[in-house]
Design a protein around this ligand. Sequence first.
Ligand code: GLN
Length: 538
Amino acid sequence: MARYIFVTGGVVSSLGKGLSSASLAYLLKSQGYKVRLRKMDPYLNVDPGTMSPFQHGEVFVTDDGAETDLDLGHYERFTNISSKQSDNITTGRIYSDVIKKERKGGYLGKTVQVIPHITNRIKEFIKKDITNEDFVICEIGGTVGDIESLPFVEAIRQFSNEHGKSKTLFIHLTFVPFLKSSDEIKTKPTQHSVKELRSIGIQPDIIICRSQQSIPLDQRKKISLFCNVPIDNVIETVDVRTIYEAPISFFKQKLDKQVLKFFKLKPKKRPNLNPWKKITKIVLNTKKPVNIAIIGKYVNLKDAYKSLDEALVHGGIANNVKVNLVRIESDNLKNNEIKTKLKNVSGLLIPGGFGKRGTEGKISAIRFARENKIPFLGICFGMQMAIVEFARNKLKIKKAGSTELDRKCYPVIGLINEWDKDGKIIKGTDKDLGGTMRLGLYEAKLRNNSAINRIYKSSSIKERHRHRYEVNNKLKNQFENKGLIFSGMSPDNKLPEIIELQNHPWFIGVQFHPEFKSRPLSPHPLFSSFIKASKNYK
Ligand code: GLN
């Protein structure tokens, strides 16, 4: 049976549970163990797909098309293990499954209750789809003490009771503040948080103390004493200079060693930290800046484009440059401001997006990048807007648009059934709006000798999608005659997946989200190439 490691958080949120779990997973994996990472989110949304990035940051998409919490992105980037639909669950999903079953009479007349029905469903999730993994690391969202996360904490308590202490380990991540006024490190919040955890029946085995500075032995001993955890299992994690240092730092603090010791296991091989050391060095020492503008709706929100921000950093690592993100809010972007705003940038990126707000500014910025030969990468919505811009200004289709934004436009972007009936362009009705999303991995065939073919060094790729609207393929020849090539197509040749501009140093739009597959230890070729082109701009 796999061993289960449950990670809870205490005192405050945003302590880096995701990063700690991902770093531990890397360390265990690199010592020869098979690891799986899972996330349980206490909110009532069935999945984060419908949540605004303002609320919850980016929606991360898996290979198998699940819309998940952004922590799964951390997991993938650190471990290079692809997450699955079955690796993220929310309270909303648990309740909706239980209620569905109840409506079908699945509980045979019993009173359906949080304990045992909700907790049973949570335990099913924890074990589901696990085969030969050595470790399953399950992170519980939220902070211990929240009403919302109680059923999850209760479920892991039961789980440990049922499967035995030798198969389950509890890690609690807390905050150990430093008070400037008294020049002291305070352990009381940690003591309280552990007390809270113990009041619901969980004694942590390892406590990870997040702190701004190293915790003196005396204070660690105090935590050990009051929280009833062996001193070697009080692990400190001091703020790192870059997140890529986290696996190195946890290794130094012997987190992996204590975990293996708990389960009476030995490393199968020496962990390899050299790649992390190498990229940490690059990130900390590279000074040469490359300014990349990102124009979007949520640019000022830290986590809204998490994978994208990361992928750009990876592109910088690949080229030994420091990527400076120039975040431009699209909402009130005026045409006459574009020149000034893009003055000092060497690349423009328009990310994915939904809805009309701020689109005209994006379209004008794309035109500016096209005409001034600034490297441009359009992702999903960004590619769609590049098509609209080109149709309006080069094909002279003045009313060109996307039906997502304007039902009366000439649909260069639309739902498939708005343009794909017997080769004629027809407009959809309101009923068509409920088209389903294209989610997860889809293949694209790349045209020989195209830029994209050279970048990927392959004629077939698979990338992750999350969109409803598609480029109207009926206009392909018109676009190509004017120099905008549809260089990547779906295998049935119906759906444009990649566009690129001839006579431009670097102008590429992709219908998918390459950022979800970029890893710090293997930067995505599209981002490496984009940053390289930007580095060489001017
Ligand atoms: N809103 C667009 C669509 O649904 C683009 C989505 C995106 O950028 N992820 O097709």
